[in-house]
Design a protein. Sequence first.
Lengths: 334, 276
Amino acid sequence: MSDILVLLDHTADGALRASVRELVTLARDLAGASSGTVRGAWAVDGAEPSAAALAELGALGVTHVHRLTSDADLRVAAVLAEGLAALLAELGDPTGGGVGVLLGVSSFEVKEVAAHLAVATGAGVVTDADALERVDGALVAGKTVFAGTWTTRTAVRAALAIVLLKPNSVVASDASDAVEPHVSELAFPASAAASRVRVVERTERPATGRPDLGSAHIVVVGGRGTEGDFTPLEELADVLGGAVGATRVATDEGWIGHDAQIGQTGVTISPRLYIGAGVSGAVHHRGGMQASGTIVAINSDPDAPIFEIADYGIVGDLTAVVPQLTQELRRRQG
Amino acid sequence: MGEPCRGSSAAAGNVPRVKIAVCVKYVPDIQSDRQLVGGRTVRDGGDGTLNELDENALEAALSLVEASGEGEVVVVTVGPDDAVDAVRRGLQMGADEAVHVLDDAIVGSDAIGTAHVLAAALRQVGGVDLVVTGMAGLDGLTSLVPAALAALLDVPALPLAAQVDVTGSTVRVTRHLDHATEVLEADLPALVSVTDQANEPRYPNFKGIMAAKKKPVTTLTLADLGLDAALVGAAGARTEVLEAAPRPAREDRVLITDTGDAGVRLAAYLVENQLV
C-alpha cells in the first residue's frame, strides 16, 4: 500500500486549476488499486485554499490536504521542492506505507520543482505523461515524443516516482463518495541555498474569460493566414467554450500576446479538439499540438503540411469558412 | 559549483572577467525522421545537429561577455562521438573553448544522470560565474536538466529567461510563465536557461568558422571527472523506456475543398463525432 500525493496547482486567489481535477481522478484510480489514499499538497504562496477548492477536493476524494507554509518564498521552485521533501519525509518511506507517487501538472514551473526534488530524494521523473498505471508493481507512464509521432511507455525504477501529466490526458470525475478533507499545516524552514533566488516581481496575467490554453478541451488556433484578424477565431472559440491560441508567426507579428503561442517552446496543448485556421503546420508548431485528439485544419494552401496530420481538412478561405461554422454551431445550439 | 565555481580573477582595479559555461546538446534534426531504438534516441546517422534552442544559450552568453567587455565562454556537451559537432558550432559562433564528455558508460542516462555528468564537467572547468542552457532539448523536451544541474552544482536556478541581465555580481531574468510574468534575481554564481525569445542567435561567419579550427576541444571521460559510473548510464537511470513505437497514422481522414458550404459540413462533422 502506498499513498499518492498530488501537487495542487492553484490560482492566486485560491481556486483549483482545472487540470488538478484530472490529476486527482488518476490518483484515485491508482490509489484504489493499492488501497492507498489520495493526499494533496497546497503551497501557501500567498493563497490559502478557498472553501470552494476544499469542497471540490472533497468531492474528488482527496482525504488529506497538506498546507505547506514557510518564511521563505514558496513561489521559488527550490523552496517548494524542499517543502514537498519535508512533507514526503513526514509521511514516511514509500516502502513503509508512505507516498510512492507524486503527481503534478506538466508545466515548466512544475518541471523545475520536480528536478530539484529528484536531486534531493533520488526520485525518478517522467514529464509530459498522458497515462499512468501499475504493471506488476512497477509504475509505468505513457507519453508521446518526437512531436507526437511516437508513443512510449516508461517505467520508474526509484522508490519515489514523480509523474507530470499533460492536461486532457484523463477525463476528470468526482469520487463515488465525497469526503471531507483533513486539512493540516506543515511549516518548514527552507534552506539558505533555496532562498538564493529572489522573486523581484510577479504579475499574474489577467483572466481572459476563456479557459486556460494549456488545459482547454477545445482550442482554436490562428496563424499567418488570419492576416492579423483574430476576431472570427475568438467568436468561434466563444461558441465552443474554447481557448484561443496562435502560431509563432502570429505572436511575433504582435497580432496576439506571446502567451498564446502554441509550439514546443510555447504552450504544449493536447485538447480533445484542435481547430487551426490559416495555420501552415510548421514542425515547431506541430511539436506543440500533434497529440491533440481531433485535428481540424482550414487553409487556403492545399500543400500546407498541417493537412498531413489533420483528421478533417478544408482547403478554403478561413474568412468564409470560420464565420459560417460559428453561425451554424450557434443555429444548432438554438 | 560551490567552491570551484567562483574564483574569477578580479584583480583590483580591473574589469572583472566573467566566465560563462554554456551546456549544449547534440540532437537529431527535428526535420529528420527521428527514431527510438531500444528506448533510446538514435543520435547517429548524420542527421544530428546542435539543439536549436542551445543557440539561444550561446547567443546569450556571447552577448553578456561582449557587454561586460572581458570574459570567456566555455561550451560543454555530453554525448557520443558526433556530439563534438555541437560544441564545434558553439566555437564557430564565438565560444573560446569546448569540453566534450565522451564515455560509453553514459549511454542510457536519464535527465538526472546527464545533469550529474554536466555538473562534474563544470566543476572540472572551474571558476564559472554563470551557467547558461537552452530551455529544452528538442528531442526529449523534459526541461529537467537546468534545474537539476543547478541543484547539483549548489547554485541558484533562474530558468526560462526571456531576458537576462548581469549587473556586477547579480543576474536578473524576466520570464513568462503560463499564468504570470516573473522577474527573478540571484547573486552569481548562478544558472539561467534562456528561451527562444531571448535573442536572435548569430550565424557563424567565415572568420568564426576558420578561428574555431584552432580553438581547443578537451575530451573527458568519467574517470577524468572522477564521477561514479553508478550515477549515470542505464545503471544509474531512475526511469527506463520499456517500449517505443511510431504512432499509427490517423485514420478516416477527410479533406474537402470549400465550395461554399464547408463551414456547415464541418459543423455537422463536429456534432456527429460529439466533439462539441
